[in-house]
Design a protein around this ligand. Structure first.
Ligand code: P1T
Length: 389
């Protein structure tokens, strides 16, 4: 893409292919080079060309960070070695005595980080159902500095009203972070809705091919960005240039992958709902979803994650997950290949049993990440496995 195109406002599909990646000025290469160098020569001490040492900054990572910022409509993008590396670094902007108000349903590893790592360091968290935005007002404390939420949530696919929550939190002086991993910037723009910080596990849809573990943060908040830039270098949870390249490459097809997978998921959710062995389906696109109206308002599509409860609990779920042939029984999500898992045993085992029960993460709950394979094959696989459940 020529630099002159930068003056027009470009659609997400175009930004995904081009943002942060002008043709290489030395060779004309249209793909971002992978700059593996750990260090950069300086003409004299302190006189460099923008790069000193690859933990502090790297050209391939810079390209990814610019692309991520463009996709989320933010000023500053930061890439990390994992989603949890991104979360850890963000949480280190807080200090002992500060409080995090978190949504009640978050990735098990995020819960573990807040509960088992940050709490002993003096940063307390509470976990609250934010389906009613007024719960934010009720649960905030004078020392609440950060409101942390996923929407759709992992794994219950709850939907929280980003705009309403941000309005309440901001009046009380707290920043709002939205983990946009499930929705992706294709379907939801948290910064435009009022959030201050967007976080991603790029391991998922952004990379999209299940061959990278990575994380990202985007913000337009200058003070937060400055602190995060310091911590990214000072704490060092940075991704390799090769992984940055792979995520950049994955992002180029993000919109086509997400659109295809979302269309298939909507169809599968409807069919699951009608299946006699299925007790309940959690999918924000279903009109029966309690927050369908909010999802419709703040999302451009309902995503490709579905959770559902099989009648009979653990044993039918085990049989179902073992009988699938195209869906792999595996943790993670957002790749081109379809995955299925059992949250209580797999991704959310670190959430205490009591809390899992309150949330509805019971023994019959299965979670699907619908990929881009043919819908007919995916449904045949699910139907066959349900027969064996
Ligand atoms: O795995 P990692 O890249 O560190 O990202 C952590 C993470 C953060 N946020 C959300 C919403 C996530 O779903 C995850 C990781 N989740 C899984 C591995 C999973 O199967 O749910």
């Amino acid at each position: 893409m020529k630099a002159s195109a930068g003056s027009r406002s470009l659609a997400l599909e175009t930004l995904a292919v081009h943002a942060g990646q002008p043709a290489d000025p030395t060779s004309g290469a249209v793909m971002m080079p992978i700059v593996l160098a750990s260090t950069f020569a300086q003409r004299s001490p302190g006189e460099h060309q923008g790069f000193e040492y690859s933990r502090s900054g790297n050209p391939t990572r810079n390209a990814l960070e610019a692309c991520l910022a463009a996709l989320e409509g933010g000023k500053h993008g930061f890439a990390f070695a994992s989603g949890l590396g991104a979360s850890t670094t963000v949480l280190h902007t807080l200090k002992p005595g500060d409080h995090v108000l978190s949504g009640d349903d978050v990735y098990g590893g995020t819960f573990r980080l807040l509960d088992k790592v940050l709490a002993p360091m003096g940063v307390a968290s509470s976990f609250v159902d934010l389906s009613d935005p007024q719960a934010v007002a009720r649960s905030m404390r004078p020392e609440t500095k950060l409101v942390w939420l996923e929407t759709p949530t992992n794994p219950m696919l709850k939907i929280f009203d980003i705009g309403a929550i941000a309005e309440i939190a901001k009046k009380r002086g707290a920043r709002v972070l939205v983990d946009n991993t499930f929705a992706t910037p294709v379907l939801q723009s948290p910064l435009a809705l009022g959030a201050d910080i967007v976080l991603h596990s790029t391991t998922k849809y952004l990379n999209g091919h299940s061959d990278v573990v990575g994380g990202a943060v985007v913000t337009s908040d200058e003070a937060f960005a400055e602190r995060l830039r310091f911590l990214q270098n000072a704490m060092g949870a940075v991704p390799s240039p090769f992984d940055c390249y792979l995520v950049l490459r994955g992002i180029k097809t993000l919109s086509v992958r997400v659109e295809r997978a979302t269309a298939s998921a909507a169809n599968i959710a409807e069919r699951l709902r009608a299946h006699p062995k299925v007790e309940r389906v959690y999918y924000p696109g279903l009109e029966t979803h309690p927050n369908h109206a909010v999802a419709k308002k703040q999302m451009r599509g309902f995503g490709a994650m579905i959770s559902f409860v099989l009648r009979g609990g653990l044993e039918p779920s085990r049989r179902f997950l073992s009988a699938l042939e195209i869906f792999a029984c595996a943790e993670s999500l957002g790749g081109v290949e379809s995955l299925a898992e059992h949250p209580a045993i797999m991704t959310h085992a670190s959430v205490p049993a009591e809390q899992r029960k309150t949330l509805g993460i019971d023994d019959g709950l299965c979670r699907l990440s619908v990929g881009v394979e043919a819908l007919s094959d995916l449904w045949a696989d699910i139907e066959g496995a349900l027969d064996k459940a």
